[in-house]
Structures are given as structure tokens and as C-alpha cells.
Design a protein around this ligand. Structure first.
Ligand code: MTE
Length: 313
């Protein structure tokens, strides 16, 4: 196993400075605004860097990696509802109707509520520069816009017996041709434990690079959980349900031996068909070592105390 070098670990001052940066950004509002997960280890080179990306507010993520170009972020996508081919998603999703849009939050809550997109945008939007580490062993560094999921969950007041959160993507095969495929149990479903969902790093994203999300990135609202493999970050959410039992995700149902519920990034646990020790940084033409919890261990490791991380979670 490769050793983690000191430069791979987020120094506390960097983390703290990100915190204060984020606090400063707090006022930034969005103005307008055999089955295998993700197809198996990705063999293709990433798209070329964009010439004119929208201007980001930060240049690197917490581990010092540069932002991935806007062009790559919006043209190299996993969104199986549209296509299994990353390069085709943007084109096939172009006319996807994202307005009007509602997200129903229900289940074991005292105050169930249906949020319109305007309600979601009324939460103060922050910029968060996170690495998205796909289970296929590639990654991107993306400046998201969004707000902590915890804020929305607090509004609906989870009951004490709620232990998990279940998320569901829109089901509309007419708009999402991939949902006509019988190989997957649509709609796309994902889940988090309630404490993971309430963690400060877990956000609902409504934009990236300062603009509203494009359909291919999960418009109008998606989850982003930066210490887990990208398939947990479910797109185009229409329903969030607080439940007592661990939800079964689309990937758990489709390939239970390959994709588990927790899916925490872990370089020491290989996928059954490939190593997770390194990742290809899209647009940078290089591989870097993968870090435990995708570099966010300082913030999230306590959530898993006592759990055996050597298993494929
Ligand atoms: N959400 C839905 N509904 N459908 C999907 O196919 N793919 C997941 C995740 N969310 C997926 C999804 C995977 S495998 C990854 S790596 C990320 O979205 C990719 O997000 P991006 O295309 O915005 O980079």
C-alpha cells in the first residue's frame, strides 16, 4: 500500500482558513437562480482544460489540487438516467426540465414539507471547493454552491426514531431515456445515516462555478458528500425521506458485492475489480494517491469509530 505523504494531509491551518473563507462566502447568493457503478474503471483521458472558465472564488481544494475546468466538469458526467457514456450525458440532458421543481421531505419527521426550488435557494448559499472522487478511480475538484443539508433537515424536525435519510432522483423515462433500461431498479436511490446527513460537510448543491447547476450535473439540486465515492452524491433529487431502516440504494440492489451502503473513500480497500490506491485527476494528466475519507478524515473519522474499515462498505 502507498504511504500517505504529509502533503496529502490537510493541515489544520488550511482547514481553518477554509472555514473562515467559507464564512466570508456565506453571504454569496445564487443570483439567478455484469452491472457496475459508473461503468467500471475509467480508461479514457479527460477532456482538455477550458479556455474561459467562469471565475472561481478559490483556486485549489483542501489538498492543494487545482480546480478542474468548467468544461470538464460539465462534459464528463456520470448520470445513468441519460446515458452510460460520460461524453453523451450533456447532450442528452440538454432539454431536461428543471423548473418548476419540488423536493418533498417526509417520513419520520414532525414537520413534513415540500420545498420549491425558490425555497431551496432561500437558504444562504455557500461556495465549497470539494474533490469528487468517483469509485472508478478518477477525481475532479469542483467549486460547488449550496448549503448544508442539516439546515433543511432541521426545518422538518426529524423524530428520534429516524436513523437514516433516503434520497430519490426524479423518475421520468420520457425525459430520462436511460430509465427505460431494465438493468437497473429505477429511480436512483441513495442513503446516508442521519449523523452523516447532518454533518457540516454534507451539502445540497444548487450550482457550481458560480452558476446554477446544469442538467448533466444534477440540476436543479443534488447531494454532495465529499468523503464518499461519487455515486453517493445523488442528482436531481425529488424526495428525501427520514426512515428507521438502512435504505437500499440502486447500486446496493444492482451489484451488492461491489457497492455498499457506506462507500467511504478508502485507498486500502480495493474494488473487487480494481485498486482504489490512486486516482486520475481529470484534466491534469496525472495520477495522485487516494487518501482515506478523500482527505476529510479529520472532520469525519469519528463517525466511524469502532467500525471495521477494512471491509468494502
Ligand atoms: N445520480 C443519479 N441520479 N444518477 C447517476 O447516474 N451518478 C453518480 C453521482 N450521482 C449518478 C448520480 C456518480 S457514479 C458520480 S461519480 C457522480 O454523480 C458524478 O457527478 P458529476 O457528473 O456531476 O461529476
Amino acid at each position: 500500500m502507498p504511504k500517505i505523504s504529509p502533503s496529502d494531509i490537510t493541515p489544520e491551518h488550511a482547514y481553518l482558513s477554509r472555514r473562515s473563507f467559507m464564512a466570508g462566502m456565506g453571504a454569496l447568493l445564487v443570483s439567478s437562480v455484469a452491472l457496475s457503478a459508473c461503468g467500471g474503471q475509467d480508461p479514457t483521458p479527460g477532456p482538455a482544460p477550458a479556455t474561459m472558465p467562469p471565475s472561481p472564488s478559490a483556486n485549489t481544494d483542501e489538498l492543494g489540487q487545482r480546480l478542474t475546468s468548467y468544461e470538464a466538469v460539465s462534459n464528463y458526467n456520470n448520470f445513468y438516467e441519460f446515458s452510460l457514456r460520460k461524453e453523451d450525458v450533456a447532450r442528452l440532458a440538454r432539454d431536461f426540465k428543471t423548473s418548476p421543481w419540488t423536493v418533498e421531505v417526509a417520513g419520520l419527521v414532525h414537520n413534513p414539507k415540500t420545498f420549491g426550488l425558490e425555497d431551496l435557494l432561500a437558504f444562504t448559499q455557500e461556495e465549497r471547493v470539494y474533490r469528487l472522487r468517483c469509485v472508478e478511480a478518477w477525481s475532479m475538484v469542483i467549486p460547488w454552491l449550496g448549503f448544508p443539508l442539516a439546515r433543511l433537515l432541521k426545518e422538518v424536525e426529524p423524530m428520534t426514531k429516524a436513523r437514516y435519510v433516503r434520497f430519490e432522483t426524479l423518475y421520468d423515462p420520457e425525459q430520462m431515456p436511460g430509465q427505460k433500461s431494465p438493468f437497473y431498479g429505477w429511480p436512483y436511490v441513495e442513503g446516508l445515516r442521519l449523523d452523516e446527513a447532518m454533518h457540516e460537510l454534507t451539502i445540497l448543491a444548487t450550482g457550481l462555478y458560480g452558476s446554477p447547476l446544469l442538467p448533466q450535473n444534477g440540476a436543479p439540486v443534488r447531494l454532495v458528500v465529499p468523503w464518499k465515492y461519487g455515486f453517493k452524491s445523488i442528482k436531481s433529487i425529488v424526495r428525501i425521506e427520514l426512515v428507521e431502516e438502512m435504505p437500499v440504494s440502486l447500486w446496493m440492489a444492482s451489484a451488492p458485492r461491489e457497492y455498499g451502503f457506506f462507500a467511504n473513500v478508502n485507498p486500502e480497500v480495493s474494488h473487487p475489480r480494481w485498486s482504489q490506491a490512486t486516482e486520475r485527476l481529470i484534466g491534469e494528466g496525472k495520477r495522485i494517491r487516494t487518501t482515506l475519507f478523500n482527505g476529510y478524515g479529520e472532520q469525519v473519522a469519528h463517525l466511524y469509530e469502532g467500525m471495521d474499515l477494512s471491509q468494502w462498505y
